[in-house]
Design a protein around this ligand. Structure first.
Ligand code: SAH
Length: 402
């Protein structure tokens, strides 16, 4: 992981004064089925404005010996104006600016490279963190929306055998600011006109954020929810995006799903089910040995009851594994048993990952799977999958960088 040299000069960081640290040693590959719930403790990334709520920012600025209102000025530059260089912060006297930028806007994510696909409408960014660890995010531009798929952990401890990230194991949790910074860098990329596509006059803003990159966001709960607050807080305290445009995807960490429901944030929860029966799901999603199919679906249903937000069920269709008609029927029956109108199923054709013998279902089998769910009255749409030729599609992140 550590020997990849930047192929593009970092152009988006605010400061170049980030401390040079030794790369994080990559974790050992997990054995099949082995789960890692607690992240290894490593050197913490430097503190950043985006780690703090507005009151904490004021306190931090005052602790540095500056006037409290400077916190708001910094927030405006970072969240609202997406400022890329300290020279643009002309309302801050130079001496003050240098100190505040060094202490509160350290460069957390250094671009290592970007790769485009789909005629430039999909852009995968690889970033190096302060300790040398690499993470990825993927920006996807559609005619009427722009979605950024972000990472919440370096690696992942959930060990799903069909997912490239899962095979790397968990190196560490990302901080709130490291998560937010992926959205900020994407917003700057878009503003610079580096992303093709979209209808004339379409908004050049990130409209959707999906926690479907590397990691299990709910296993890094505090940082993920902190990031969601920063993303949704109105500018200049945060990026001012709608929570309705945010999706958090989980393997089914039941207590964290309930906790998220109680936060009162109207975001979309996605449950990675991939099998309707415990026997197969134990293999495909090892956390199932902790919380079963029924327990995970019950938690998803409670999320709907508490928030009124329709839940998504993700189902990667794997040829000959989980794509049989009877499994579609069992899935539909189990969802309907809880109620109607609370859930939506997103089958995803499996994206190939290195070393895996599994592949996507045949198109006819996929159509039949969808038909059966719809026949049971379950709204079902096959998820469009972008960026597979740049290893940027679901489950492929980290495949090429590790
Ligand atoms: N840890 C979260 C986010 C993972 S990525 C979760 O598991 O939900 C988002 C989705 O991509 C998940 O549903 C995941 O199961 C799915 N996915 C992983 N590998 C995939 C692959 N090779 N092909 C298609 N989807 C995949």
């Amino acid at each position: 992981m550590s020997d990849v040299e930047p192929t593009t000069a970092p152009t988006t960081g605010i400061s170049t004064s980030a401390p040079v640290a030794m790369p994080t040693p990559s974790s050992a590959r997990p054995k099949p089925g082995e789960l890692t719930l607690a992240a290894p403790r490593g050197g913490k990334p430097p503190q950043h404005l985006a780690d703090l709520d507005p009151a904490e920012r004021k306190a931090a600025v005052e602790a540095l010996g500056h006037k409290g209102f400077r916190a708001k000025q910094l927030s405006t530059h970072y969240f609202e104006r997406l400022v890329e260089s300290p020279q643009e912060m002309s309302d801050l006297p130079k001496a003050i600016r240098d100190d505040l930028v060094a202490k509160l806007l350290p460069q957390l994510l250094t671009p290592v490279r970007t790769q485009a696909a789909d005629n430039g409408k999909t852009v995968k960014s690889v970033y190096r963190l302060h300790d040398g660890a690499l993470v990825e995010s993927v920006l996807m531009r559609y005619p009427k929306r722009v979605t950024i798929c972000i990472s919440s952990q370096v690696g992942c401890g959930m060990n799903c055998p069909f997912c490239a990230t899962g095979q790397e194991g968990l190196t560490r949790n990302m901080s709130t600011a490291e998560i937010v910074e992926q959205v900020v860098q994407a917003a700057r990329l878009l503003r610079r006109g580096d992303v093709a596509g979209g209808a004339e006059g379409a908004p050049l803003r990130v409209s959707n954020v999906v926690f479907m990159g590397m990691g299990e966001a709910l296993a890094n709960y505090g940082a993920a929810v902190g990031a969601i607050r920063r993303i949704t807080d109105p500018a200049p305290d945060g990026l001012g995006m709608s929570a309705r445009g945010i999706t958090v995807s989980t393997v089914g960490l039941v207590p964290a799903m309930d906790k998220l429901a109680a936060e009162g944030i109207p975001l979309t929860l996605a449950l990675s089910l991939h099998a309707p029966d415990d026997k197969l799901r134990n293999e495909l999603v090892p956390i199932n040995t902790r919380w079963s199919v029924d327990e995970a679906i019950d938690a998803a249903y409670r999320y709907f009851q508490v928030t009124g937000r329709r839940v998504s069920i993700e189902y990667a269709l794997i040829r000959g594994m989980n794509d049989q008609g009877w499994r579609a029927d069992l899935l539909g029956t189990k969802l309907n048993a809880r109620g109607r109108g609370w859930v939506h199923v997103n089958p995803i054709p499996l994206n190939p990952t290195p070393g895996s013998r599994w592949t996507a279902s045949d198109p006819g089998v996929e159509r039949e799977f969808v038909r059966r769910l719809r026949a049971l009255g379950v709204p079902t749409t096959v998820r469009d999958t972008r960026g597979s030729d740049i290893d940027g599609a679901c489950g492929q992140l980290a495949a090429a960088t590790a």
